[in-house]
Design a protein around this ligand. Sequence first.
Ligand SMILES: [Zn+2]
Ligand SMILES: [Zn+2]
Length: 353
Amino acid sequence: MKVLAYRGPGSMVVEERPQPRPGPGEALLKVDACSICGTDVRIANGSHRAYADALGRVPGHEVVGTVVEVGAGGRAADGERVFVAPNYGCGMCTACARGQVNMCEQPRAIGITEDGGFADYLLLHKDLVDQGNLLSFNVATATGATGLDIGTVALAEPLACALRGSRACRIGEGDVVLVYGAGPVGLFHLALARLAGAGAVVVCEPNAERRLRALAWGATSAHDADFDQLQAALVSAGAPKGANVVIVAAPVPAAQAQALELAGPWGRVNFFAGLARGHSRVELDTNLVHYKELVVTGTSASTNEECRAALELIVDGRVDAGSLVEARFDLASAADAFELAASGRAMKVLVTP
Ligand SMILES: [Zn+2]
Ligand SMILES: [Zn+2]
């Protein structure tokens, strides 16, 4: 089988490997599609700490596929179409006991700590299978009623992460929401805010094309990162004292500082995007948190439950993930796929083995 392996900073290489056979409790997945995430781009250019000495590891954590073989005593069913929730844990710590596998003390994830989905086949660990990370879905609905294709389902992973951040902000009916960033995840936040009943969603995004996309996705208005413009936009959206919710889905330190300024009284803020290593010390006016009684949250990755909820949002068409897929590559040309993803010219790029 073919895989796309990390061979050092800037070097992703298509290699031939023997097809794995599942041992007891394991499952073998035939990969239908794996989408490229910003995390994968960081892995490829050598700036992901989990890949510091992981030469030969296969990235890819946004995976949809078909179970083609199950090891003895395995729980997964043969022939089942599944989305793989990528994060699983030790199964023993407090976080795991609460179902918060993303916070496990020894977190594991396909494509991060072990081989992932840029491959013809993916061997799934017994613990991942046992912890319920294989989420099946109804193909008939996915392909028929909504015209959704299977590859789109891979985007349930970033959507699940966005859902976790969105829930932390407890968006309510009529809330005015400000979202920084209109990349795939920013757009997911916008869509989730609308689904949660937001009255208006103002988007801040420096790229003009992406601003247009945000408007098409239902943004009330979209602006460059100019404080006065954003403030005026919040006034016309009905929040003269500031936004009820601010989500920072762009890895920009200045946006985190500005988020506190533009949040209104009792505002909920989510620092969704992590900042680049070495750039995460940010000067914040904490009196804004104090006097406005802000709730500042952070979220990271997602749980199986969030993956399940995100999967359903995509399969039944409530979130239009399909329109974000702008290019598809087979595994042999996966290196080109990475180049396109890194260029930022495409919203989402799929590798379809
Ligand atoms: Zn991802
Ligand atoms: Zn754990």
